[in-house]
Design a protein around this ligand. Structure first.
Ligand code: BGC
Length: 394
């Protein structure tokens, strides 16, 4: 049965349900608390005070998705629309999403944004190559970062959590043998430092992307990885609002499965970080030594099911994946501030069309869902699978 009245009503009822008075305040237009400037103390876990906002862009994607679902699944999907998640600002044009996303943020919510438009983006893969070319770092600064800074400054009463440039610095640590990453390196370092320095506003908390345990968690990568991030932080003038790192962004690793998913692999002895909990602890220690704040937020958006990847490094639209633990500041680990949803579940990691310019062979692997559309675009079938496989279920 497709598109039933009840499914739509179920969606509407959940989507507009009044927030519980204990955890959320009234919409900002009506709330007195929003009349004062936000000041986020980056020496504390701000997620104890703020809830990751369920942004209206992901909500709208789900509202569309619900239309073709049967009633049972639609009712579950409607609940996903109320889960907080990050909004990706992946092009200069998409900066236009920020103001509308601010409009419905309650006073106790924090709007999550992913800063993602470096020149020569995604240097070790093709699926997410961006609009800016190597060498266009001044355009990145003036047409991408500066306008975002302006918007965040114009909304001092709204709290923002930023994830800075997924995959960029980790790629410089482990893929520096690739010509594309060599070419991108200077722009990444300059661009990330500029972003950190200029987005350092009182209403903003920042986390620099640190890959995941299967990436910088290898014994040989922990120290260089921490040093690479610390270098960017130092180059930016050690901005006060940097709290630490984001891990597992758009990733698939379990938080605490033990023994870890890949612990039987022949090379497992070279990586202590067999789950994200260990990674946060080990990389956190390396960051401390390197002189950088070391608290973490961890993407649990799509890590509900494990045992799906043929190899740890497989990253594209993993088949059989399920939504994971909902955003929460209860992580059980002091260094882990919160579990958050970063990759909007249902948006593709990359196209499986081998004739496309951004086709990456990882998206054609046998453990990658096919067919899949271009990175960032909606894959209805994949979304429905995430929902069916969600753990905990909706
Ligand atoms: C894509 C972006 C998209 C993001 C979130 C990335 O892989 O390259 O365009 O915004 O995923 O779906």
């Amino acid at each position: 049965m497709k598109f039933t009245q009840s499914a739509v009503l179920a969606f509407a009822a959940t989507a507009v349900a009044a927030p519980s008075s204990t955890t959320r305040e009234k919409p900002r237009a009506a709330a007195a608390a929003c009349s004062s400037a936000v000041s986020l103390d980056a020496s504390t876990n701000i997620w104890k005070k703020y809830t990751l906002h369920a942004n209206n862009f992901y909500k709208a994607e789900i509202e569309e998705a619900v239309k073709t679902m049967d009633a049972d699944l639609a009712a579950q999907a409607a609940k996903v629309a109320n889960v907080g998640s990050f909004l990706w600002i992946d092009t200069i044009d998409n900066i236009a999403k920020v103001e509308p996303a601010i409009a419905d943020v309650p006073c106790n919510d924090i709007l999550g944004l992913v800063i993602y438009d470096l020149p020569g983006r995604d240097c070790a893969a093709k699926a997410s190559n961006g609009e800016l070319k190597v060498g266009e770092v001044s355009k990145y600064k003036s047409q991408y970062i500066d306008p975002i800074v302006k918007i965040l400054k114009a909304h001092p009463n709204t709290a923002f959590a930023l994830i800075i440039e997924p995959d960029s610095l980790p790629n410089l640590v482990t893929n520096s043998d690739l010509q594309t990453c060599k070419d991108s390196a200077a722009g990444y370092r300059d661009g990330v430092a500029y972003a950190l320095k200029n987005l350092n506003l009182p209403n903003v908390i920042m986390y620099i992307d640190a890959g995941h345990g299967g990436w910088l968690g290898w014994d040989a990568n922990l120290k260089p990885g921490a040093q690479e991030l610390a270098k960017a932080y130092t180059a930016a003038g050690k901005p006060k609002q940097v709290r630490g790192i984001a891990t597992n962004v758009a990733g698939w690793n379990s938080w605490d499965q033990s023994p870890g998913e890949f612990s039987k692999a022949s090379d497992a002895k070279y990586n202590k970080c067999q789950n994200e909990k260990i990674y946060v602890t080990e990389f956190g220690a390396a960051l401390k030594t390197a002189g950088m704040p070391n608290h973490a937020i961890v993407d649990t958006g799509r890590n509900g099911v494990t045992g799906l990847r043929e190899e740890w490094g497989n990253w594209c639209n993993v088949k059989g994946a399920g939504f994971g633990v909902r955003p929460t500041s209860t992580t059980g680990t002091e260094l882990a501030d919160a579990f958050v949803w970063v990759k909007p579940g249902g948006e593709s990691d990359g196209t499986s069309d081998s004739s496309a310019t951004r086709y990456d062979s990882f998206c054609g692997k046998s453990d990658a869902y096919q067919p899949s559309p271009e990175a960032g675009t909606w894959n209805q079938a994949y979304f429905e699978d995430l929902l069916r496989n969600a753990k905990p279920q909706f």
